[in-house]
Design a protein around this ligand. Structure first.
Ligand code: CDP
Length: 136
């Protein structure tokens, strides 16, 4: 059986905007924008991993809303899965604590203004209708 490790990404939505995070490392990814997230650890549920990553990387308390259908291959053995998420009441505002050096809340018209990681583009495209319908 092929080993497969899930990387979870968050489409964090707030007031009709999507959070994009600019990677500061590694050098080949630095400067590109992504949905914040990271690797699911052994024995960890993907949604729990996402909440942990958002806490570590952005200092926020967030909850997942729903899975964005699909799964996108990264460098083997990694595959990307994405959930929409929202900030919990009382959460701090996100700040770039590790892995990132800038954050932007993008409105639907701004969504393609940033240079997304190639592998995140399909998930961002699928998230777009959720911004315009005001679901968050
Ligand atoms: O934080 P952790 O070390 O768990 O994971 P990461 O380094 O943030 O992400 C693991 C891999 O997934 C990296 O190679 C990232 O390029 C990739 N990734 C991605 O392609 N898209 C994302 N939205 C998040 C991570």
């Amino acid at each position: 059986m092929t080993e497969r490790i899930v990387v979870v990404g968050a489409a964090l939505l707030d007031a009709g905007r999507l959070l994009a995070a600019r990677r500061s490392a590694p050098p080949e990814l630095a400067g590109r924008w992504e949905l914040p997230g990271g690797k699911v650890e052994e024995g960890e549920a993907p949604e729990a991993a996402l909440m942990r990553e958002l806490r570590e990387e952005l200092g926020v308390e967030a909850e997942t809303v729903e899975r964005v259908p699909g799964e996108w291959p990264l460098r083997p053995p990694y595959v990307l899965q994405v959930w929409t998420a929202r900030l919990c009441p009382g959460s701090a505002a996100p700040e770039p604590l590790q892995d990132h050096d800038a954050l932007r809340w993008l409105t639907p018209t701004e969504i393609w203004d940033v240079d997304w990681l190639d592998q995140d583009v399909p998930a961002v495209r699928k998230t777009l209708p959720k911004l315009t319908t005001g679901a968050h």
